[in-house]
Design a protein around this ligand. Structure first.
Ligand code: CP
Ligand code: NVA
Length: 299
């Protein structure tokens, strides 16, 4: 049987995502305590970009499943001296049972996965962040009791998180409205096959109106041109989740942010520290959902 990868949310069916969230909930509740599906296996983690949550939650999760995590910053590997990604993928596959990779261009991860003979998990690219969205879906299900029909408003940059959220929402029959400034909408291709459940608007208040979930992410991502940051901040000034915007959502709305957050930019301190914020449960759920992904893919 050919190995399976998680490069985008679309690599999993709705039924598989639902099952994966159950597995993750069993890890979280302790029902699966002592399960060691990675016993005796080593999992590589190849990172071109910095990370706090993804790195630590994968390292801890792999350890808890009985495996050995091996973190490789690309600067410390021969990739930094020009060794091709295609050779690296084949060599790593001879030592490891699976590989998590965080990169800039998505095509690097796709190429790596093509040449690797073991499962590859996308730990974030410039256009996708599937592991994040699995944790977000788990958090929404915990707080709202279901996914189907839940109304999400994503306010801000049409980046990797927004793209994967669109795929996740469409897959799980949720209604998602994205409010983004002109020129910063999600990748157009992502909107194909989304069954009309995704709406793109300009006005953050229109998106937030009646929402069950308000979600935002940084205005300037790791893969963005950093010299455009000042200009981008001006264009995004109206796209902040603050108490006023929160007042347009349902009274029991929850607020999500994948973190790291920039308080005072895309979200205010009072919202992220407020009663509606679920960001730390969301961050914790990275651990549980990734353990479920590892269990599912690494045979
Ligand atoms: N949310 C997220 O992926 O965080 P890190 O960049 O810290 O891994
Ligand atoms: N959009 C952000 C997400 C960080 C987890 C970035 O790519 O930097």
């Amino acid at each position: 049987m050919r190995k399976r990868d998680l490069l985008t949310i679309k690599d999993f069916t709705a039924a598989e995502i639902a099952a994966l969230l159950e597995t993750a909930a069993d890890y979280k509740s302790g029902k699966s305590a002592g399960k060691k599906p990675l016993a005796g296996r080593s999992i590589g983690m190849l990172f071109y970009k910095t990370s706090s949550r993804t790195r630590i939650s994968f390292e801890v999760g792999i350890y808890q499943l009985g495996g050995q995590p091996l973190y490789v910053k690309t600067d410390d590997s021969q990739l930094s001296r020009g060794e091709p990604i295609t050779d690296t993928a084949r060599v790593f596959s001879r030592y490891l049972s699976g590989i998590v990779i965080r990169a800039f261009e998505h095509k690097i991860v796709a190429e790596f996965a093509e040449y690797a003979s073991v499962p590859v998990i996308n730990g974030l690219t410039d256009t996708h962040h599937p592991c994040q969205i699995l944790a977000d879906l788990m958090t929404i299900k915990e707080k709202k009791g279901q996914l189907k029909g839940v109304k999400i408003a994503y306010i801000g940059d049409g980046n990797n998180v927004a793209n994967s959220l669109i795929e996740g929402a469409a897959q799980m029959a949720m209604d998602l409205t994205v409010a983004a400034p002109e020129g910063y909408e999600p990748t157009p291709d992502i909107l194909k096959d989304t069954s009309g459940r995704i709406t793109i608007v300009r006005d953050p208040k229109a998106a937030a109106a009646g929402a069950d979930v308000l979600y935002t992410d940084v205005w300037i991502s790791m893969g963005d041109k950093q010299d455009e940051a000042a200009d981008k901040q001006l264009k995004f000034a109206a796209y902040q989740i603050n108490d006023e915007l929160l007042s347009y959502a349902k009274p029991d709305c929850i607020v999500l942010h994948c973190l790291p957050a920039h308080r005072g930019q895309e979200i205010t301190d009072s919202v992220i520290e407020g009663q509606r914020s679920a960001v730390f449960d969301q961050a914790e759920n990275r651990l549980h959902t990734q353990k479920a992904v590892l269990e599912m893919l690494i045979k």
